[in-house]
Design a protein around this ligand. Structure first.
Ligand code: HEM
Length: 527
């Protein structure tokens, strides 16, 4: 009889590897059963795993651009439908993903069955729970306090700030007197614009384009702290605290930025408290934060009130959600307008028909600019700055999937099974949007067009949708009134070739969209 010690090491190692391989094969088949044996993408690791998420997108790894790089391939397989599955041979949680607005509505509209999985909640809470990073049980408390900040009085103020920030930007960048200039990094400009606007309209922090927000703490200004924390928000949320004390410069900088931002945000809360609750006539009362604080003070002493730490977390989240998404979608829209001059001309003509003698637009003009609204919706459909949402059912359920041959498909989904709502796929679903890859702002003038779902749907619909639309329509209107926007083409390059190349240069952190790119702006001559 053999004892273990008589086995040679190579044989023991081979045995262990065999056991691991069998275990992995069984886990893979269990995963396949969980996703109803649906066809789909296969990688070494699924997107919901550390290596799957952090290694770059390639044939073998999903990374954070797998849905973008697979957009011409997925949902087209034989036997495939508007729902498919993604599995990792070596690990990661199995996923269902879909490109059907009907499925998105079933998942997002049904609050009782579907919820945010803990892994998603944990990844966006570097300062603790907030209105985004909470599950069904705790979410209503946060939403109730945050919602009054987004009342109707906010939007005329957002519009006015948009106009002021536009002029501030042109003057500071020394573009106002130029007949033509190159905007070298459109993404940086839209990002700065959206951050400054949420800071001003959201938190009453008055800035000029050149000014830093507040004084320096830990050697960093607020925009710097914000830039550092928001670009690494998932790391900040997920890494254990002790790791930030390791002698690694990048992690220490992250820790310092987080600490400084915490101090700055607490300072804003204390300052506003010291000023007292302002009257509704006061300009300051029109910003999100004053109204949020007022709603919270109204709940003082009850369980419904948010703690100061929860207020800090919500302020951070509003700054983050309020600028990354809008700025990326705006950059996408400007790039698309640049390479579609006919659509840009239509947009310009609408602007000039609404603005008398080229005056500055007023908030009342928003409704009179449906084509400009369509340009932004089209930019968001083609570049969904919030590209996906993940949900899981609390108990076993069934999804009804539309199919091209009429009969919907019933797919059973087990409790805790993750589903990835793919906004890139929904936006480019040919059953839903004709000529889905084309930039056609006029499709949004047709009331039969499937409404844009990129701001989500149901009870947890984006609270900042009107904020984003107001600032985006305002800035597009001003830019188009004053400038003809063009891409910088290489010699012999066509507009279509420029668009194809530009669309391959995308990235995704908190927001998804084109990487930095330049545009040429030529001042229009008023007739
Ligand atoms: C183009 C711009 C924007 C897009 C595409 C967008 C998209 C979304 C989406 C898809 C969600 C749902 C996420 C989920 O439930 O997993 C969401 C939620 C949210 N958004 Fe936006 N958003 C935009 C702008 C804004 C702005 C400007 C603000 C704030 C000023 C904002 C604040 C929020 C908040 C607080 C939530 C969480 C709502 C809740 O769970 O109750 N968003 N957004």
């Amino acid at each position: 009889m053999y004892s273990f010690s008589l086995l040679s090491w190579p044989i023991a190692l081979a045995g262990i590897l065999l056991v691991l391989a069998i275990d992995r094969i069984l886990a893979y088949y269990r995963g396949l059963a969980l996703v109803s044996y649906l066809p789909g993408e296969r990688y070494f690791f699924s997107p919901v795993s550390i290596p799957g998420a952090i290694l770059p997108t390639s044939k073998w790894n999903p990374g954070n651009l797998w849905m973008w790089s697979g957009r011409g391939r997925v949902y087209k397989r034989k036997g495939g439908s508007e729902i498919e599955s993604c599995l990792g041979w070596l690990g990661g949680m199995p996923l269902l993903y879909n490109n059907s607005p009907e499925v998105a509505k079933q998942v997002l509209g049904n609050k009782s069955v579907w919820d945010k999985p803990q892994i998603i909640i944990d990844s966006l809470a570097p300062f603790g729970p907030n209105v985004f990073a909470t599950n069904q049980a705790d979410w209503p408390r946060h939403r109730r306090i945050v919602a009054p900040g987004f009342g109707g009085g906010l939007y005329p103020a957002v519009w006015n700030e948009t106009v002021n920030t536009y002029y501030d930007c042109l003057a500071t960048e020394k573009w106002e007197s130029e007949d033509s200039f190159i905007m070298p990094n459109v993404v940086a400009i839209t990002s700065k614009f959206a951050l400054y606007l949420i800071a001003k309209s959201g938190f009453g922090i008055d800035l000029s384009w050149n000014e830093s927000i507040g004084e320096k703490i830990n050697g960093m200004t607020m925009p710097e702290c914000f830039e550092v924390t928001s670009s690494s928000v998932v790391l900040l949320s997920m890494l254990p605290r002790w790791m930030f004390f390791l002698p690694l410069k990048a992690l220490r900088r992250l820790r310092d930025a987080r600490k400084a931002l915490d101090l700055i945000l607490r300072g804003i809360i204390d300052k506003r408290r010291a000023e007292g609750v302002v009257s509704t006539e006061d300009q300051r009362s029109k910003n999100i934060f004053s109204l949020l604080l007022k709603a919270n003070d109204g709940e003082k002493g009850s369980k419904a009130a948010l703690s100061d730490q929860e207020l800090v977390s919500n302020v951070f989240l509003l700054l983050l959600a309020g600028h990354e998404t809008t700025s990326r979608a705006l950059a996408g829209t400007l790039g698309l307008l640049a390479c579609h001059p006919t659509e840009q001309q239509k947009a310009y003509e609408e602007v000039m028909s609404v603005l008398k003698k080229g005056n500055d637009p007023t908030f009342d003009d928003f409704e009179r600019l449906p084509f400009i609204q369509g340009c932004f919706s089209e930019g968001l459909r083609l570049f969904p700055s919030s590209p996906a949402m993940i949900r899981a059912p609390l108990s076993d359920t069934v999804l009804s999937i539309p199919s091209t041959n009429g009969e919907p498909l019933a797919i059973p989904v087990k409790a805790d099974q993750l589903i990835w709502i793919d906004w890139i796929g929904v936006g480019r679903n040919p059953r839903v949007y004709a000529a889905p890859d084309s930039f056609m702002p006029s499709r949004w003038l047709d009331p039969t067009t499937e409404p844009l779902l990129n701001f989500s749907y149901g009870p947890r619909v984006c609270i900042g949708k009107r904020f984003a639309l107001t600032e985006s329509v305002g800035i597009l209107c001003l830019l188009l009134r004053d400038h003809q926007i063009e891409p910088i083409l290489k010699i012999g390059q066509t507009l279509q070739e420029w668009r194809t190349e530009w669309e391959t240069n995308v990235d995704s952190n908190i927001g998804f969209g084109p990487k930095p790119f330049p545009l040429k702006m030529t001042r229009r001559q008023l007739a």
